[in-house]
Design a protein around this ligand. Structure first.
Ligand SMILES: [Zn+2]
Ligand SMILES: [Zn+2]
Length: 90
């Protein structure tokens, strides 16, 4: 859909010749704009967006770990309560 496609010019630098196509936005990109992440060509804009998404996922993972820790603490106090009851009645 981009007019730049086939023209061989970088989407971000019209004065430079493109050497690849971003897999995300399909823009022709020059050597400077090409970023190789996980062996895949992306323009700097799309790589930044991907990294931002990745860090959001990492934050969510932290939340999950936090939730698991809280859950374990809850189970632990429940267990302590059961032990106390067992002592009272045993
Ligand atoms: Zn892109
Ligand atoms: Zn460029």
């Amino acid at each position: 859909m981009h007019a730049a496609l086939g023209s061989g010019r970088c989407h971000y630098h019209p004065e430079r010749s493109g050497i690849g196509i971003c897999v995300e936005c399909r823009s022709v990109i020059c050597a400077e704009c090409t970023t190789q992440f996980e062996g895949i060509n992306r323009c700097a804009t799309c790589l930044k967006a991907k990294l931002a998404k990745a860090s959001t996922l990492l934050e969510r993972k932290d939340w999950t770990v936090h939730g698991v820790t809280l859950g374990l603490l809850g189970v632990g106090s429940l267990y302590a309560g059961v032990l106390m009851l067992a002592k009272l009645f045993g």
